[in-house]
Design a binder for this molecule. Structure first.
Ligand code: CA
Length: 225
């Protein structure tokens, strides 16, 4: 995803990236890009800082509140303090304008290597629970668990952060693509379905632990850890 309001840069860069084999989706403003990024989850975002609707720093901060999609910031400002601030704010890399298409392509490849391309998405194992992101199959103690699409997405989102408490807001963004507003009730309902399919209850959890007022944690049962 290319977020750039300068038409000359946008056209030249998108052409070069397409020639390099990338599929490019272009945005001129930060807010439409943010909404599309959360919904469609590009492999990487190239983000200009000087945008007409909202500053690139704010786009990065809003994105990082709900997503870990890799971001390469493109800026005209060659300033070390600025670079450090952006990297601390969650940028994965930084390029100074003017940059060549070859340089940005190399940085995209480097970022994707670091963050893990989708083709290297191995099954996750948490105790007796195994979740395969590629085949979208889950097993518990070797037996298949039949999950509806959102139930699987919810389980996967929790498994990717096993051991951490994940907030309902993060789950709404990650699983339902509802970044700003949306019902906690949706999460609760799907959690209860997921619990039933994993053969546990909120009162007697094994894998799914609700932390009141905070969120949910997926963790292996103590005896199996
Ligand atoms: Ca600009």
């Amino acid at each position: 995803m290319l977020v750039e309001d300068d038409p000359a840069i946008r056209t030249a860069l998108s052409r070069a990236l397409r020639d390099a084999g990338h599929t490019v989706e272009m945005f001129t403003g930060g807010i439409p890009a943010l909404a599309a990024a959360v919904e469609r989850r590009p492999d990487v975002i190239i983000l200009d800082l000087g945008l007409p609707d909202v500053d690139g720093h704010d786009v990065l901060a809003m994105l990082r509140a709900v997503s870990d999609i890799p971001v390469i910031v493109a800026s005209a400002r060659d300033d070390e303090i600025e670079v450090i601030r952006l990297l601390d704010a969650g940028a994965d890399d930084y390029v100074i304008k003017p940059f060549t298409a070859a340089q940005i392509d190399a940085r995209i490849r480097a970022v994707l290597r670091r963050t893990g391309a989708p083709e290297s998405d191995p099954p996750l194992q948490i105790g007796g629970l195994s979740i395969d992101p590629r085949s979208r199959e889950a097993t518990l103690d070797g037996k298949p668990v039949e999950l509806a699409r959102k139930e699987f997405d919810l389980l996967l989102a929790l498994a990717r952060r096993a051991g951490d408490v994940v907030t309902k807001r993060e789950l709404l963004a990650d699983v339902w693509q509802l970044a700003w507003g949306g019902g906690d009730r949706t999460v609760d309902v799907h959690l209860s379905w997921l619990r039933r399919k994993l053969g546990e209850t909120a009162a007697q959890p094994r894998y799914l632990h609700s932390i009141r007022g905070v969120g949910v944690k997926l963790a292996a049962p103590a005896e199996e850890a």
